[in-house]
Every structure is written in structure tokens, then in C-alpha cells.
Ligand binder design. Structure first.
Ligand code: 8X3
Length: 257
């Protein structure tokens, strides 16, 4: 059987590719020459991203997939001929309640999407990533993966768990042709992250970035993903913290005025 061009082209699967960092990363990896597989829950959003990629002469497939549904993940992965790069991006924050006031259902959702989603997708793709002879697992965590702050308990706990997942996986895969890269973004202004965290309150979401001179944008993180995966195979960028210049630490943000 003659392999199709998709079978011979390096392939990257991105979770949460319908918006924000996932969409920007999908576009950027397509520019870098990857055939990109866009996964997420909202088909119309994925199709918009795919349209932008294919209209630029690059290739993309849309595969509806909820990372919290192992059978959906298995269906998508079973259909893939190859996978060289997995970008675990799906996830996010819900709520800003203190631990005392937290709704356990929110914590469960954050663990399901951020942690269990990355675990399920990574486990399903490891055989293909290994078979590629030069695979890379990217985990988009957060600066909340190594620090905590008031009202961020559930998100921070989930991101700490993703950090543990990345570190453990790197140890366990040592000697195999798969790199594990963790990218920890600080303040990134995307259309949905803060809106979800503040449960749709647009004013509170916008206030996060008020007066901040150039918060990061999704393309800045896509740039770091592209840089890490295009290093020579023997170079593993273990852990990359990326913040805007105006944010020196979680609580140290310079605001104008
Ligand atoms: C987002 C960074 O500062 O909101 O992952 O926790 S922060």
C-alpha cells in the first residue's frame, strides 16, 4: 500500500485546539510543517481553526474529542497512522473561591480536564509517539504548577499534578525516543481562560489584565511550543516558565496608573 502524504508527514495532535493557546499552537505547528490534528469539544471552533490553516495551504484534520472521555480519545487515536508530537493543552480554571468555600465539583472538573485528560491522551498516544522514533509530549501547565495563591487552590492543585505527571513520565521514558516538555505560562490573555475562571463575568475577567503592559498572547506560547519541539532530537527542554515582562511573580504584576 502506498502511504498517503499524511502518513509520511510529521503529525502533531493538539488538545483544546478550538481556541486560545491550542488554536495558536495548531496553526504554528502547521507552519512548521506538521500535519496537525485538531481535537476539542466544539466542532465549529475546530473547523474555524482548520479553515485558517488549510486556507494557508497547510494540512489539518478536525477530530471532535473530549479529553475526559477515554473512549472518545481511543477512537481518535485508533484512527491515526502516526503521531510525532502531542500537545496536552486542554484544561483551565474554574472559580476563585477559597478552599473553605470551594465547590468540590469544580475541583473535580479541573482535575478531570487538566490532569486526567492529559493522562488519558498521553497514555493512548505513547505507542505511536514511541514508534515515531522521535516523539515529543508537550504539557502546557502553568506558573500555578509550582506556586499557590489565594483563591487558586483547585487550579493550582491540578497544575501541580500535571507537573508531577510530566516529571514522572520523563523519568519513566528515559532511554526511549520520546521527550517530555513542560511549558508553564504565566499571565496569558486569551479569549476564554479568565472568562471561564470568573464563570462568564466579563468585567472581572478583563480586570485581570487591567493596566498590564502587554500580557502574553496565545501566539507567544505557541512560539515556545514550536521552539521546544523543533530542537534537535537529543535536546529535551524539560521545563520552561514563560511570563510577560510585567509579571515578575504570581503576585508581582506591574500595572500602569
Ligand atoms: C495561568 C496562570 O497566574 O492565572 O495558568 O495561575 S495564573
Amino acid at each position: 500500500m502506498t502511504p498517503s502524504s499524511k502518513d509520511t508527514q510529521r503529525t502533531a495532535l493538539i488538545t483544546g485546539a478550538g481556541s486560545g493557546i491550542g488554536a495558536a499552537t495548531a496553526h504554528r505547528l502547521a507552519v512548521e510543517g506538521y500535519h496537525v490534528v485538531l481535537t476539542g469539544r466544539r466542532v465549529s471552533a475546530l473547523e474555524q481553526v482548520a479553515k485558517r490553516i488549510t486556507s494557508g495551504g497547510m494540512t489539518a484534520d478536525v477530530r471532535p474529542m473530549d479529553v475526559t472521555d477515554p473512549s472518545a480519545v481511543a477512537t481518535v487515536v485508533d484512527d491515526l497512522a502516526r503521531c510525532d508530537v502531542l500537545v496536552n493543552n486542554a484544561g483551565g480554571a474554574i472559580g476563585t473561591e477559597t478552599v473553605a468555600d470551594a465547590d468540590p465539583a469544580d475541583w473535580r472538573t479541573m482535575f478531570e480536564t487538566n490532569v486526567m485528560g492529559a493522562l488519558t491522551t498521553t497514555r493512548a498516544l505513547l505507542p505511536l509517539l514511541t514508534a515515531s522514533g522521535d516523539g515529543t509530549v508537550v504539557i502546557i501547565s502553568s506558573t500555578a504548577a509550582f506556586t499557590v495563591y489565594e483563591g487558586g487552590g483547585g487550579y493550582s492543585a491540578a497544575k501541580h499534578a500535571e507537573h508531577a505527571l510530566a516529571g514522572t513520565l520523563r523519568l519513566e521514558l528515559c532511554g526511549q525516543p520520546v521527550r517530555v516538555v513542560e511549558i508553564a505560562p504565566g499571565m496569558v490573555r486569551t479569549e476564554e481562560f479568565s472568562l471561564n475562571r470568573y464563570r462568564g463575568d466579563a468585567d472581572r475577567a478583563a480586570a485581570v489584565y487591567a493596566g498590564v503592559d502587554q500580557p502574553l498572547v496565545a501566539e507567544d506560547i505557541a512560539d515556545t511550543v514550536a521552539w521546544t519541539v523543533t530542537r534537535p532530537s537529543h535536546v529535551n527542554v524539560d521545563f520552561l516558565v514563560v511570563r510577560p515582562r510585567a509579571q515578575a511573580a504570581q503576585h508581582k504584576v506591574h500595572r500602569r496608573g
